[in-house]
Design a protein around this ligand. Structure first.
Ligand SMILES: C[S@@+](CC[C@H](N)C(=O)[O-])C[C@H]1O[C@@H](n2cnc3c(N)ncnc32)[C@H](O)[C@@H]1O
Length: 210
């Protein structure tokens, strides 16, 4: 991932200065807090990794400056990757960065989670986007989906997610330490059943964004 770090930080200094894609620009800190923090939850969870390999499609919701989307897409070129974010400037910047890295398996879309219909089986990721109890009920799909949340170590005091367990099964709960950070908790959910609200005309099918 050395080449990824060097090139991303180089790009930040040029074209995207002032866009605030990440506030972390010290190379070592960037590696730990952005790159390792994006990859370790995936690589230390067999459930997350198996789900991603099986589905072959990652949808990172709210990627901001590109995390965890870009490190995962860079390291796993055989996985189709889609990023969705509601801020157009970030979407345009990350699309351009993806092109600079020649990541043909990476697509990004300016959209909101609540406007998407998941007509393809996928693994969704959320890092610093919002509460589990707000985000999971927004997901509309008739497919088998997994959703993994990158949370801080105190998530259980801050969030209670019992209300979502009717529609989603908790399949992963793992704590890990990441140098230079207070640590991560990975929470994984699998959607129960395949029954979902009808596909409304106003929704965008995820397959059209790929
Ligand atoms: C705090 S940033 C986190 C960025 C990145 N995941 C990270 O950890 O560095 C949250 C991002 O989520 C996006 N976002 C929030 N709600 C969203 C929604 N409902 N659909 C799509 N994007 C959303 C925002 O535009 C913002 O870029």
């Amino acid at each position: 991932m050395k080449e990824f770090c060097e090139k991303y930080l180089e790009i930040l200094e040029t074209e995207f200065k002032g866009l605030n894609l990440t506030r972390i620009t010290d190379p070592k800190e960037f590696y730990n807090k952005q790159v390792l923090d994006s990859l370790l939850p995936l690589e230390s969870s067999e459930i997350f990794m198996d789900a991603l390999r099986e589905k072959g499609l990652l949808v990172d919701v709210g990627f901001g400056g590109g995390f965890p989307l870009l490190p995962i897409a860079y390291k796993y070129p055989d996985i189709e990757c889609l990023g969705i974010d509601s801020r157009r400037k970030k979407v345009d910047a990350v699309r351009r960065i993806g092109e600079m890295f020649h990541m043909e398996h990476l697509k990004v879309a300016h959209s909101r989670l609540e406007d998407i219909y998941f007509d393809r089986s996928a693994v969704l990721t959320f890092k610093a986007v919002g509460k589990i109890t707000d985000l999971l009920p927004m997901i509309k799909s008739d497919q088998e989906l997994f959703a993994f949340f990158y949370k801080g170590p105190n998530y259980s005091e801050l969030e209670r997610f019992d209300s979502v367990l009717r529609d989603w099964e908790l399949v992963e709960e793992k704590m890990m330490s990441i140098p230079g950070t207070e640590g991560r908790v990975l929470l994984g959910f699998k959607k129960k059943g395949n029954v979902s609200p009808l596909m409304e005309k106003s929704l965008v099918k995820v397959s059209t964004l790929l």
